[in-house]
Design a protein around this ligand. Structure first.
Ligand code: HXC
Length: 258
């Protein structure tokens, strides 16, 4: 598939996907989301890739779903085409880690997309918000649910009801982002983190992602049981033998993803 709204690149074992509609501040149109979904699934299926980074521009990760595309929709259109579920949730099917590297605006669907990634590394210029209320609607790609899990009810209500933005400091303080880096270093840092993950044993990385995600969907005791099953299963891998032998022999492990 030739892409018009994103750029894709492979650096070592990391796939880098850059949202690329600069004139519209990377507004997430349906064609863009279809391309993003396609690129994500391609990276997930590529045995050479161990981690994926999704980023935008210096000014905007993404300023939301495309308002000009949504403007004329009626209820029946939105309902029948299941706007936005199809396409948007492809990212949730990706089993390898996906890091959002966010600079500038991550608003509305842009914030929701970042929250669908596994974690967010923010530039000090990042601004997060769910301003849909200003348009007479509410978040539609999970924002009211995921933001609440990240930052708690009080701050989520504040954001969703007033539409105000959070800066990078507030986002880190409240648990929305995992770390903040200077804007000029964002991509280098995100690629470095992704490269480190990509060098690890892929089965353990994928199971770690699966285990953490399970915590959102189940009780503590069921989640712990689930984790234990995955943990035990990793003792069947060659990489577990290699990882532990390397530690004992005081050398770097060489993982084979087996
Ligand atoms: C379509 C958008 C857009 C968007 C910006 N643009 N955001 N187009 N959809 N979400 C376009 C503008 O129309 C303009 O195009 C160009 O990008 C530059 O934007 P400006 O507004 O001129 O830039 P600036 O003054 O710097 O302001 C930046 C901004 C503002 C504060 C981010 O653009 C803004 O408020 N955007 C909308 C943010 C928002 O409401 N997002 C939520 C969308 S609803 P032209 O052609 O005029 O130059 C949503 C629902 C999700 O996301 C639900 C499910 C997915």
């Amino acid at each position: 598939m030739a892409y018009e709204n994103i750029l894709t690149e492979t650096r070592g074992s990391v796939a880098l996907i850059t949202l690329n509609r600069p004139k519209a501040l990377n507004a997430l149109s349906s064609p863009l989301m279809a391309e993003l979904g396609d690129a994500l699934l391609a990276a997930d299926a590529n045995a050479e890739i161990g981690c994926i980074v999704v980023t935008g521009s210096e000014k905007a990760f993404a300023a939301g779903a495309d308002i000009k595309e949504m403007q004329s929709k009626g209820f029946a259109d939105a309902y029948v085409e299941d706007f936005i579920t199809s396409g948007w949730e492809t990212i949730l099917r990706v089993r390898k880690p996906v890091i959002a590297a966010v600079a500038g605006y991550a608003l509305g669907g842009g914030c929701e997309l970042a929250m669908m990634c596994d974690f967010i590394i923010a530039a000090d210029s990042a601004k997060f918000g769910q301003p849909e209320i200003n348009l007479g609607v509410i978040p539609g790609a999970g924002g009211s649910q995921r933001l609440t899990r990240f930052v708690g009810k009080s701050k989520a209500m504040d954001m969703v009801l007033t539409g105000r933005n959070m800066d990078a400091q507030e986002a880190e303080r409240s648990g929305l982002v995992s770390r903040i880096v200077p804007a000029a270093d964002l991509l280098d840092e995100a690629m470095k983190v992704a490269g480190r993950i990509a060098d690890l044993s892929l089965p353990s990385v994928m199971m770690a992602k699966e285990a953490v995600n399970r915590s959102y969907e189940t009780t503590l005791s069921e989640g712990v049981r689930f984790e234990r099953r995955l943990f035990h299963s990793l003792f069947a891998t060659e990489d577990q033998k290699e990882g532990m032998a390397a530690f004992v022999e005081k050398r770097q492990p060489v993982f084979k993803n087996r």
